[in-house]
Design a protein. Structure first.
Length: 178
């Protein structure tokens, strides 16, 4: 069983990015489990002083990712940047060598949100993670009011999402291959 952790950059209740990741959970093929991480709002502000002995919410996040075979990221763009709460979550992971070179599907839910997408690719790569270009399509669900059921049922949206999951799982298998 392959486990993929889905990280949304939005805290919004009706977030398009979170809806897309929940659709990924619903669509995951046999042998693949998608876990949508919901803990970002509970994380304290990152502080290097407590990085080595962090609060339990941070330890749980690190353990979840450490055991994962890959990561799916979908985030809105705020003022041409990465949402602060999401960057705060990523900052807690920067120094974690145990996370290794996680393969990442970096899905962009808005074709015009090019700045946050580029920044996220740079941040994740700097963290040592491997952004898989072929698993990182634009799936334009932002600002359209779609819920997860709609996304999962629309072949034009579910198709690229399933493709991204497949490429991500294969990228992990390629790392594991001798
Ligand atoms: C404070 C704020 C700033 C935003 N700045 C941008 C921006 O710079 N570029 C952009 O394409 N969209 C911008 N947006 C629009 C959001 O990225 C868009 O509504 C997105 O769908 C929100 O994602 P969510 O539905 O997952 O919460 C902004 C929205 C907010 C609330």
């Amino acid at each position: 069983m392959k486990t993929l952790i889905a990280l949304s950059g939005s805290l919004r209740r009706d977030s398009a990015n979170t809806a897309l990741l929940r659709a990924a959970l619903a669509l995951a093929p046999p042998g693949v489990r998608v876990v949508v991480y919901e803990g970002t709002p509970m994380l304290p502000f990152f502080n290097p002083d407590i990085e080595a002995d962090p609060p339990s919410a941070v330890r749980e996040l690190r353990a979840l990712l450490s055991a994962a075979d890959g990561v799916i990221v979908a985030s809105p763009e705020y003022a041409h940047g990465v949402p602060g709460a999401f960057k705060n979550m990523l900052d807690w992971l920067v120094g974690c060598a145990e996370l290794g070179s996680k393969p990442v599907a970096l899905i962009n839910t808005s074709a015009r949100a090019v700045h946050a997408q580029a920044a996220l690719a740079e941040i994740l790569t700097t963290m040592g993670w491997r952004v898989i270009a072929a698993a990182s399509p634009v799936i334009a669900v932002a600002n359209r009011g779609f819920d997860q059921a709609h996304i999962a049922a629309d072949p034009a949206l579910a198709g690229p999402l399933l493709m991204a999951i497949g490429v991500l799982v294969q990228a992990d298998a390629d790392i594991d291959a001798p």
